[in-house]
Design a protein around this ligand. Sequence first.
Ligand code: CTP
Ligand code: CA
Length: 227
Amino acid sequence: IQKLVTPQDLAGLKVLVTAGPTREPLDPVRYLSNRSSGKMGYALAKVASLRGATVTLVSGPTALTPPPGVETISVTTAEQMFQEVIQQSAKAQLIIKAAAVADYRPLVTNEQKIKKQGQGLSLELTQNPDILAQLGQRKGRQQLLVGFAAETNDLEQNALSKLKRKNLDLLVANDVTQPGAGFDHDTNIVRIFDQSGEVKALPRLSKEQVAWEILNLARELFQARGI
Ligand code: CTP
Ligand code: CA
């Protein structure tokens, strides 16, 4: 019923969304991860699907139920997300990267549990691939790329530099120090930037409402470019 009363204004559009954290194993019982519930990405997948898009969701581990009608692919590590997203990206027209990807992983994953020893412990980490930057490099003329950034300081400067560096069309930034924004909340407070600067500063909204606004902007960009 919800779908019957929702405008099908994204019908025909193929959307790829990533959501959730990644987990980088240290040993069989431990991992490094990010704070991310996956709610923003799942809201995007749900709303895009309700509006008629064909949606694929690549999700790290979350406690959420996949939205109905959305092809959902589960991954664990950044490397797995990278492989899956690159494979899925060729057919997508709109790619939205809401996942909180771990920037680093342990250089070695121990096959056995690391035993407690001594006073301190140093971990050696190595960089993960930047999935969004790779997508930006190979972006097709018909494709739109939307990134997210959770910031604690210098939001505008960081947002615009990520947008340019990763060749994005839109960047959705939130200040995670604000109450009611980001991690684990059902609401978010975001500012959205395009290549010309800020396009929209939204008040505190539910993540589904934020998703609705992001998809509106993407739709306008497609229309402006005659896609
Ligand atoms: N991202 C990604 N692959 C990574 C790291 C980040 O695809 N290895 C994506 C995220 O999904 C998000 C965007 O890049 O859409 C911005 O993530 P963020 O962590 O804010 O940017 P970084 O470039 O990693 O910068 P930093 O963590 O230093 O702020
Ligand atoms: Ca990062």
